[in-house]
Ligand binder design. Structure first.
Ligand code: NAG
Ligand code: NAG
Ligand code: NAG
Ligand code: NAG
Ligand code: NAG
Ligand code: CA
Ligand code: CA
Length: 610
């Protein structure tokens, strides 16, 4: 009797101990271990045949997101807009663009996604509105309420003609100032001239934008991805910026962005928005509403988005980490991967997670930047490095840019069109254009790649002509496809080792390798051959934590290895661009925690003094 009670007491203790082996288990918030998926709504799925993707289209494909293990999806803007910059020019922050659907559709999307445990994050574009926004029209008319909603300047009069007040240029080429005849002043626009900058030095604008956040949280949004946030403030005295690159004085890169980007006031605004979201949370309950922030900025600046330097104010949950886009390239050696990735992980404030991004609607697709053969290698990094994984729609099937397939007269991106108002004088527009990365999602090999059944209506951008060979349906039918590999990686991420395990990295020739380890589980090793020659790795020379035999957990579509293969640790063969994840293998089964628990339990019971 006594002995029985004693034993069951031990049992309870051990079960608990087994759970505690993962130190931070249960303390991580939903977003910290999630896969985020960016949907570009215009190109995802068209439900009504007009050639433009829409909200009902997204609803019809939520199962796809579920299948690949997505926890949150962020949508590029779906708000009312004249579409000069495809939704990044918002004319009504409180309404849905008609061609995308209705407010009811949006609310339905939030609900349907929630049923599948997928959170919908909306794009929040605070820096500017459309010039067709009621606020701007009233501001231009010198309306007493809206007069200071935007950044106006009367300019400098030279020979009786007003000139822009300084040398600031727009990201999309040309002066950042445009004359407005009605207001008799210039307005500032860091992007297209149809996107006047809001004046965040004016309190009513600050209040209005906080209201926008609350409005969409009330509708059911789980958070926001904040667009172009480092452009929010400019110096108050509008001084000229120093010249950075002589050459075309209308080019964005002409000046050094000392007075128009990354100003200290930006962080304060981020912390204020976070307060709004935390307060909303406290009042309404539910899971954490999150803020993701976009800023192409260096490490020092990016870290300030997380929290104030003294840690007293919180900021963005997820400042995007663009190192795999901005600091590493097709030709980067494995040693650069180690250097850049380690630096980013080491720079994090304590307890915070980074995230890994390899594409979005502004950047060449990963397969086009690194080469199609390296898609699996890059996906492996995104999915197995410590932190949050971010996928841009189409990456999961390895879509590539349609760079030479779109003609100039079919090009719609203002970044390309503005720079070439007189037509294609050279082929520079081909590289300026972001259209090639925004072509419709390739679902299957039917007409328009299954994106729409639109008869004689054209799709808003041409479908990549490679869709018969590269589409989701086809990839589902091949065992070794990028899509199936993506799914394996997604499943691999689900356990404690990947969610919270430690990280240590190594470089051997052109192989980048790193461990993921957590107490009580077999150590894992990720091996990625970034080079174009085959490699043989002696893992025992890298670290002593692995046994002599390794078991393959996942193997990229380019490798000769198969899931379940047993390899000799001193002799791991990798073809060029191969990626695999392995773990220690021993004859005594110890791979699953349930088995190791039984094992340690029986050992303990044997050891009990009876
Ligand atoms: C073509 O688009 C129009 C709206 O622009 C829509 O009314 C029509 O149904 C579409 N045609 C097809 C075949 O879906
Ligand atoms: C706008 O209104 C203010 C206040 O009434 C006035 O001082 C200013 O001159 C007006 N500006 C224009 C361009 O009408
Ligand atoms: C980032 O840029 C700022 C300003 O140019 C500089 O002070 C800072 O040292 C830079 N940080 C890093 C990590 O390069
Ligand atoms: C673009 O120009 C080509 C000829 O260069 C023509 O065949 C095509 O119809 C044009 N497309 C549009 C959308 O105007
Ligand atoms: C990645 C991203 O969302 N980029 C956007 C930044 O902001 C400008 C202006 O709003 C857009 O044109 C970009 O698409
Ligand atoms: Ca449509
Ligand atoms: Ca601004």
């Amino acid at each position: 009797m006594w002995r029985l009670i004693f034993l069951s007491g031990i049992l309870a203790t051990i079960v608990q101990a087994a759970i505690i082996t993962s130190p931070r288990h249960g303390t991580q918030d939903w977003y910290e271990t999630a896969i985020f998926y960016q949907i570009y709504p215009r190109s995802f799925k068209d439900s009504d045949g007009d050639g433009i993707g829409d909200i009902q289209g997204i609803i019809s494909k939520l199962e796809h997101l579920k299948e690949i293990g997505v926890g949150g999806t962020w949508l590029s803007p779906i708000f009312e807009s004249p579409m000069k910059d495809f939704g990044y020019d918002i004319s009504n922050f409180y309404a849905i663009q008609k061609e995308y659907g209705t407010m009811e559709d949006a609310v339905l999307l939030f609900q349907k996604a929630k049923e599948l445990d997928i959170k919908i994050i909306l794009d929040f574009v605070p820096n500017h509105s459309s010039d067709q926004c009621e606020w701007f029209i009233k501001s231009a008319a010198n309306d007493s309420v809206y007069r200071d909603y935007y950044v106006w300047h009367e300019g400098i009069v030279v020979d009786g003609v007003p000139r822009p007040p300084n040398n600031w240029n727009s990201v999309f080429y040309g002066s950042a100032w445009t004359w407005h005849d009605q207001r008799k002043a210039f307005y500032l626009h860091q992007f297209d001239k149809s996107q006047p900058d809001l004046n965040f030095r004016h309190q009513p604008v600050v209040d209005e934008m906080k209201n926008v956040l609350r409005f969409w949280m009330d509708k059911g949004a789980s958070g926001f991805r904040v667009d172009a946030v480092n452009h929010l403030f400019e110096v108050e005295d509008f001084r000229d910026e120093p010249i950075d690159n002589e050459g075309d004085p209308l080019d964005y890169g002409y000046t050094k962005k000392d007075y128009t980007k990354d100003l200290d006031e930006v962080y304060d605004m981020i912390y204020q928005w976070r307060e709004v979201m935390d307060q909303y949370q406290a009042e309404h309950g539910g899971e954490t509403r999150i803020m993701m922030s976009e800023a192409y900025a260096n490490e020092t600046f990016t870290m300030k988005y997380y929290q104030s330097p003294d840690g007293s104010r919180q900021g963005s949950h997820m400042p995007f980490n663009f190192v795999l886009i901005n600091e590493l390239y097709e030709g980067s050696p494995a040693s650069d991967f180690k250097k850049v990735i380690d630096a980013r992980i080491n720079a994090l404030p304590s307890g915070r997670k980074t995230n890994w991004v390899i594409g979005n609607h502004d950047q060449a697709r990963v397969g086009s930047r690194y080469g199609p053969e390296k898609i699996d290698a890059l996906l492996t990094l995104v999915m197995t490095l410590p932190g949050i994984a971010v996928t841009y729609n189409g990456e999961e099937i390895g879509m590539v840019d349609y760079r030479y397939g779109i003609l100039f007269n079919e090009t719609v991106d203002p970044q390309a069109c503005n720079a070439y108002p007189d037509g294609p004088v050279d082929d520079g527009w081909i590289w300026k254009s972001r259209d090639p990365v925004r072509t419709p999602f390739q679902w299957d090999d039917s007409e328009n790649a299954g994106f729409c059944e639109c008869g004689t209506n054209r799709t808003w951008l041409p479908v990549n002509s490679n869709y018969k060979k590269l589409n989701l349906e086809l990839q589902k039918s091949w065992r070794k496809s990028t899509f199936n590999y993506y799914k394996e990686l997604s499943e691999l991420r689900q356990d404690d080792t990947m969610k919270e395990g430690g990280y240590e990295s190594f470089v051997v020739n052109e192989v980048f390798a790193f461990t993921r380890t957590v107490e009580g589980h077999d150590p894992r090793l990720v091996l990625i051959n970034l080079g174009d020659t085959e490699q043989v790795i002696d893992v025992t020379k890298l670290t002593h934590i692995f046994s002599d035999k390794l078991r393959v957990l996942v193997a990229g579509s380019e490798t000769s290895h198969e899931k379940g293969d047993i390899l000799n640790a001193n002799d791991v063969y990798l073809r060029k661009y191969n990626a695999i994840v392995v773990e220690s293998f021993s004859e005594i089964p110890s791979e699953s925690s349930a088995e190791s628990l039984t094992l340690s339990l029986s050992l303990l019971i044997v050891a009990l003094p009876v």
